[in-house]
Design a protein around this ligand. Structure first.
Ligand code: ADP
Length: 267
């Protein structure tokens, strides 16, 4: 999976990253789906362990262009995990109170506690993406944020949080198809807003902003993975696999039970 791991300071040109490729899966799509079911079962067990051990905190950041598939990943990869230990935090346009604080204020409140997995559906990265593309603050302000974000994530890491960040990379053509589907299929219309078309006209600006994010904020302690995402099954398979590898690497164990417990007979 290192193929998709962005090394610190690596210069990124998104147009050179194929969004449709499926090179790490040689069999067919159906087999990948069955594989994901097996991965999910293992993730489920390890999540239970993480919850029981109450030692590690896992933060997963999902970022993508509109229609990139963040919701799909949350549904497919975290299917079956115990809802008591897993939480999704979605970051929308900031409220008035949020805007009156610094941009990390609302983010820090949602970071995982011991034993918890938190998935960020959008994140503090919006503050160097939409905020930059729409000039919501001056350049001087947003351009200082990459270092601030790295420092913030370093604090989380040093205090015991494991961080994995995924950028779901789709092509402009794929987005066109997905947006059209949201218009054509009545059950999908609720997902569509006219604003999406306006954002689409800013595609190149967003790609540039994402290139900077990937180059400046992929660190050893909070790495980015650039996931080819035109094919949902491949995207889910990759993210499931990376998540499972990460959970295994935590070398978790169940907490030591009270002494002598094994001799107790419940009457
Ligand atoms: P999603 O597209 O994630 O499913 P929405 O359609 O509700 O959810 O979109 C959320 C919107 O909030 C996006 O347009 C996103 O750019 C915006 N947003 C998130 N964070 C910020 C921020 N810090 N400043 C401005 N807009 C933001």
């Amino acid at each position: 999976m290192d193929k998709y791991l962005i090394k610190p300071d690596k210069k990124i040109k998104l147009s050179e990253w194929n969004t449709r490729e499926t090179s790490l899966w040689e069999k067919n799509k159906e087999d990948a789906k069955s594989e994901l079911i097996k991965i999910n079962e293992e993730v489920e067990k390890l999540q239970e362990l993480l919850f029981a051990e109450k030692k590690h905190k896992l933060l997963i950041v999902l970022q993508a262009m509109d229609t990139g598939g963040k919701d799909g990943v949350i549904r497919s990869v975290f299917e079956g995990v115990n809802p008591s230990g897993v939480r999704v935090a979605s970051f929308k346009v900031p409220t008035q109170i949020e805007l009156e604080h610094d941009y990390l204020w609302r983010i820090h409140q949602q970071t995982p506690a011991k034993g918890e997995i938190v998935i960020f559906n959008r994140s503090h990265y919006e503050d160097v993406l939409v905020v930059r593309v729409h000039n919501l603050v001056e350049k001087e302000i947003w351009s200082a944020r990459y270092d601030q974000i790295n420092a913030f994530e370093k604090i989380l890491f040093e205090e015991g949080t494991t961080i994995i960040k995924f950028f779901l990379h789709i092509s402009k053509d794929e987005q066109k198809e997905r947006l059209q589907e949201r218009i054509d299929i009545p059950e999908k219309r609720w997902k569509f807003s006219n604003g999406d078309l306006k954002e689409r006209t800013l595609w190149d600006d967003y790609q540039k902003a994402y290139e900077d994010v990937l180059q400046k904020t992929s660190t050893n302690y909070a790495p980015w993975y650039l996931i080819p995402s035109d094919r949902n099954w491949y995207r889910d398979y990759l993210i499931g696999t990376i998540l499972l590898e990460k959970l295994k690497s935590l070398k978790m164990k169940y907490p030591t039970p009270e002494e002598g417990i094994e001799k107790i007979k419940v009457i």
